[in-house]
Design a protein around this ligand. Structure first.
Ligand code: MV4
Length: 498
């Protein structure tokens, strides 16, 4: 039995894991770097261990320090969250040596899914459709393979992922230089210059299937998430159901994912990423052997607490339900709120949060790791929170997200909230007609922001001050009217504005 869980992570995901740990009646141990002393994940834990300096390599990415913190605190299990060590087989292996329970999949699965050609081969053998492709050891081999596959082709790093080292090649004339560039990029990013080829899928959607397995080989899927709204390979909005996938297609993808998971002896939570082509064909891309950032939307539509299931499975408990017991209901959407500056091409905008009021109300969830006064550090991911909503239909979920976004107040840092508001007002998004290229295609509409020309700034500031004074005066008048038995000050205030 697990009694104490060390959470080898920080920020919102560490807070989220701690919540379930507490619901299970267990205690939560936080780890923190020197700049995270005052972080929310430290405050919500039952105890916390300092593990090193701010750079992740000297703290959150250091297996030995994590294991030492677990021993020091008497934890008997480690949950890795996402990012950092979550997909590094060295952590489950070190846990095993130290007699700790790792709350995640087997190291062997992490290892085989970490190599893309190996993952493709394993999945293909299990009957999972993969993008037609080929390995190539030289430019000549690549040329022959590309001719056989047919252009356009995609060059990808074998040890890569997340789009790094990836190159689209439209024709044979572009191959030689793309080949050299892909190899050198792969070498510097992953220390491995192995590159392979895939047929390029044009205007794909990114649709992924959540799976959950136990140590006895029971595996179910928890439906799909559409994560096509991305920018520079960073997901920004995720939703379920996928607006472009009929139920039969999802059932087929789910079946395939379960088959793939069983073929590699997978247990715990995991995700199969697929490209969904315009013709309805789908292809395996990669498997994520961790809890994903966007897991809340799956929790919304299924009612399953994924962290709870991960902990139960790690303890050796069986899932206790079958595929037909997993039912989906309604629609869920998540917006990632990042500390980014829209006026500098969405570069991270770290700093101290001055005021923070996150949305709530019916069917609204905010997974955050910040509070007023908290610092968004430049050392880590600039995610402020994940705002997610549920509603019976997609249309109502979109309306609910717009309402929730309108409640969000954060000052002191810049964020991408205005981007979300524009996206949720965009006709193509509202219609569910989008693919992985949508942000680039509508960049002027979605990424632009209101600029005030220097010459107008003073006049605008005066106008704003005058308006603020008027609003204050009208509230004061409404207050005195209310005392005399008139309209409520709130109603008066609204009437004064219209
Ligand atoms: C592709 C593709 C088209 N064809 N592979 C980008 C991230 C990496 N995980 C895989 N990616 C892609 N692989 C083939 N054969 C297009 C992309 C792609 C993409 C995929 C998912 C989400 C957003 C994307 C944005 C650009 C390109």
């Amino acid at each position: 039995m697990i009694r104490k869980v060390l959470i080898a992570n920080r920020g919102e995901i560490a807070v989220r894991v701690a919540r379930t740990v507490h619901e299970l009646g267990l205690s939560a141990v936080a780890v923190y770097s020197e700049v995270d002393r005052a972080a929310l994940h430290v405050r919500v834990a039952d105890e916390a261990v300092l593990i090193g300096k701010a750079p992740a390599k000297e703290s959150y990415l250091d297996v030995e320090r994590i294991i030492a913190a677990a021993k020091k605190s008497g934890a008997d299990a480690i949950h890795p969250g996402y990012g950092f060590l979550s997909e590094n087989p060295a952590l489950p292996e070190a846990c095993e040596r130290a007699g700790l329970t790792f709350v995640g999949p087997p190291a062997s699965c992490m290892r085989s899914m970490g190599s893309k050609p190996e993952a493709r081969a394993k999945m293909s053998a299990a009957g999972v459709p993969v993008v037609p492709g080929a390995n190539a050891a030289s430019l000549d081999e690549a040329r022959a393979a590309a001719a056989a596959i047919g252009y356009p082709v995609m060059l990808k790093a074998a040890s890569g992922g997340g789009g790094k080292g990836m190159r689209l090649v439209a024709s044979e004339g572009e191959l030689a230089s793309a080949w050299e560039r892909a190899r050198s990029e792969a070498k510097s990013a992953f220390g491995d210059d192995t590159v392979y080829l895939e047929k390029a899928i044009i205007r794909p959607r990114h649709v992924e299937i959540q799976v959950l397995g136990d140590r006895d080989g029971n595996v179910v899927h928890l439906f799909e998430r559409d994560c096509s709204i991305q920018r520079r390979h960073q997901k920004v909005v995720e939703e379920s159901p996928c607006p472009a996938a009929p139920a039969e297609l999802v059932a087929k993808m789910g079946e395939v994912a379960v088959r793939g998971a069983k073929a590699v002896g997978y247990f715990s939570a995991g995700t199969f990423e697929f490209l969904l082509a315009e013709d309805g064909q789908f292809y395996f891309l990669e498997m994520n052997t961790r809890l994903q950032v966007e897991h809340p939307i799956t929790e919304w539509i299924t009612g399953v607490d994924l962290v709870r299931e991960m902990i139960r499975v790690a303890e050796g408990q069986q899932l206790g339900y079958e595929q037909r017991d997993v039912v989906r209901r309604g629609a869920a959407i998540e917006c990632r709120v990042y500390a980014e500056d829209p006026s500098s091409n969405f570069l991270p905008s770290p700093g101290t949060i001055k005021s923070l009021r996150v949305p709530s109300g019916p069917f609204v969830r905010d997974d955050g790791g910040a509070y007023p006064g908290a610092v968004i550090s430049s050392f880590y991911d600039p995610l402020v929170s994940k705002l997610s909503v549920w509603a019976p239909t997609r249309e109502l979920a979109v309306a609910r997200m717009r309402r929730a976004l309108s409640e969000y107040v954060v000052t002191g840092i810049r964020t991408n909230l205005a981007f979300h508001e524009k996206l949720f007002a965009h006709p193509e998004f509202i219609a569910g007609r989008y693919d992985t290229g949508v942000i680039e295609r509508f960049r002027d509409e979605l990424l632009g922001y209101a600029r005030v020309p220097k010459a107008d700034r003073e006049r605008l500031a005066i106008a704003a001050a005058v308006q603020a004074a008027r609003a204050e005066l009208s509230t004061a008048r409404a207050d005195s009217a209310a005392l005399q038995g008139g309209l409520s000050p709130w109603v008066r205030e609204h009437r004064a504005r219209s």
